[in-house]
Write a protein that binds this ligand. Sequence first.
Ligand code: NI
Length: 219
Amino acid sequence: MLVQIANLLSLDVVAHINRVLGQASWIDGRITAGHQSERVKRNLQLPEDSPAARELGAIILAALSRNALFISAALPRRIFPPLFNRYEPGMIFGAHVDNALRGSGNPLRTDLSATLFLSNPEDYDGGELLIDDTYGCHSVKLPAGHLILYPATSLHRVNPVTRGVRTSSFFWVQSFVRDDAKRTLLFDLDATTQRLTHRLQDAPELLQLTACYHNLMRM
Ligand code: NI
């Protein structure tokens, strides 16, 4: 399931992040690539432990924790500290699948991948995120501050940027529900229950639907 989360960040926050990113020092993006993806990755990235990455990552994590749509869609157990990348003209990230595990010691299992767009689409050409799933290939290019959440099992790529600069943040989520199909079912059930609550207020059947949701989560 692909879920778009509009306006995760306000325009003021996006502007602050871009100011900090504008003064940061970028390194070769292959630093976090696996063996397969380092052959197709040509972009720039902030060092994971740089003060800028930490400050901006904390802003994004705080916004995620307040976003009901993100919580319902991802059912997050752990979130990898957000990373930041930059594509200048000619830069590209060819087809790849993200590593299953991230981090050492107690690694996070990557169930979901997320891209948070930080540049406005009119400020660059190309740079679409292309995600393959069983329904075909989806091209994603969102306004600054919007996020796309997709299964980390998907093959995906970023088209070459041909004009301007594309910056984004990306990270992975380990979910309480590993299987995408099961997570999608819970997401649909949650959304439907909430819409029914608006229409039916205190109908006793809503209590039973809510119980079904939580009992499915336990499974
Ligand atoms: Ni990727």
